[in-house]
Write a protein of this length. Structure first.
Length: 212
């Protein structure tokens, strides 16, 4: 049993803020996992960059507070980034999880949670970074792709890798079928990485993430 869970009666669950842009199936995997009181984290807030992100309904159904910080309402990226940082801050989160959040986080958000932001990406990084990873892998013609859970830095899907899982591309796959297969693997990987991060002390040494 780790230090955090030395005594069941004094157990503290890490506070997570989850950021989404779309349907929120990864968010749902985290909601389901955190509904188990033995899971070492709880979701305290869900944020989106668009009010029509249907994943927000999943948060509301689970009774989790939501917020929207839409870049269209800000004059530039810096102002949006500062507004997003200000919206996340009151949740006092130990970890921020970017789960299908289709924006690059800026300095204000990153500096508020140094080495404490996790992203899930539907390809085996460093192959196919960016917003069209599944399509790009298909177009390239690779036979194996997958998903990567990594720490977020200021680049596009460039932060230290926490975990990866391969998914084979099958004859006849299109972007939808392949993405669905990747997502089912991604959900489990994300949940298990979040659990590990919350159960251990985490040190980042260069590109290596050491759990103790
Ligand atoms: C996931 O595959 C994520 O890696 C990618 O977009 C997808 C989001 O799916 N960035 P969902 O909103 O969690 O269903």
């Amino acid at each position: 049993m780790s230090g955090t869970f030395a005594d069941e009666s004094t157990r503290v669950r890490a506070r997570l803020v989850v950021l989404i842009s779309g349907g929120g199936s990864n968010l749902q995997a985290l909601i389901d996992a955190t509904s188990d009181p033995d899971f070492p984290a709880q979701i305290v807030g869900v944020g989106a960059d668009r009010a029509d992100a249907t994943g927000l309904d999943r948060a509301m159904r689970a009774g989790v507070p939501t917020f929207v910080v839409d870049p269209k309402q800000y004059s530039d990226r810096g102002e949006w980034d500062r507004a997003l940082a200000a919206a996340i801050a009151p949740f006092d989160a130990e970890w921020v999880v970017s789960a299908g959040f289709m924006r690059i986080l800026g300095e204000a958000v990153l500096s508020g949670h140094p080495q404490r932001i996790v992203n899930t990406h539907p390809a085996l990084l460093p192959s196919f970074p960016g917003a069209h990873a599944v399509r790009d892998a298909l177009v390239y013609g690779v036979k194996v792709t997958g998903c990567t859970v990594h720490l977020v830095d200021s680049g596009v899907d460039t932060g230290p890798v926490l975990a990866q899982q391969a998914v084979a591309i099958e004859a006849g796959d299109d972007e939808t079928s392949l993405h669905e297969r990747i997502k089912s693997v991604e959900h489990e990987l994300l949940v298990s990485v979040v659990a590990s991060l919350c159960r251990h002390d985490v040190q980042v040494i260069g590109r290596e993430v050491v759990f103790s």
